[in-house]
Design a protein around this ligand. Sequence first.
Ligand code: FE
Ligand code: FE
Ligand code: ZN
Length: 276
Amino acid sequence: MIYIGCHLSVTNGYEAMGRTMLSFGGKTFAWFTRNPRGGKTKSIIPEDAAKLNGLIKEQGLGPLVAHGSYTMNLCSSKDETRKNGLEMLRQDLERMELVPDNYYNFHPGSHTGLGTEKGIELIAENLNTVLKPDMTTTVILETMAGKGSEIGRSFEELQQIIDRIECKDKIGICFDTCHTWDSGYDIVNDLDGVLTRFDKIIGLDRLKAIHFNDSKNECGSHKDRHEKLGQGKIGIEALKRIALHPVMENLPFILETPNDDEGYITEIHTVTNWFI
Ligand code: FE
Ligand code: FE
Ligand code: ZN
């Protein structure tokens, strides 16, 4: 099976997200740990987090996949931006321990002119200052579409970050189907080939979560524009093959498709029905 869900708003707290997802018929969810574009954060009530933890156990929810802010850039050419990014990361990971044993996903960063190699070094260096052996969260790097100076556009770039990480058991990968397709991996005609490459370069044991999206653009477009399942260039048959692939078994699948609640509920049901 897979655990399917979508992004939810944290506005009404943690337990509310869990209850909302159960009402949607899903088994996992994602949320932005702070304003995705502004970086601001809401305080967390420990009792509320504890209630969500209870709900996860009671209802058998799969691992949750928190998402860091888009403004967090650990490899910016600007010192101030990097410093702020590191502070956001440190704070986010501290808070993640209130909902232990889940995933924290973020975009590796954009090097904004420093070059890929330097960018990779900075991302790893910053991660090494906050990843601790005793934390329960696994930090997962997202596969990126490769727009602008984004790092993480290839499995090789992601592995070069992982190579430099000291706490190797705290790091994994979030495979975004839209991004991976846009960056040039043909998951429609050669899914097994792409997964074999992933395994050779990174290792399938690092694959922890899927961002499950169709794409508005062609393979290799480097655009990053998500589409509803079955309405984009990846298409429903290819998406179904991905979800049902044996290496995906038990992974959390997060929808990041352009939908309202009704649309998400429909997609959650569509995917769930593939497993019946
Ligand atoms: Fe993302
Ligand atoms: Fe994503
Ligand atoms: Zn995206």
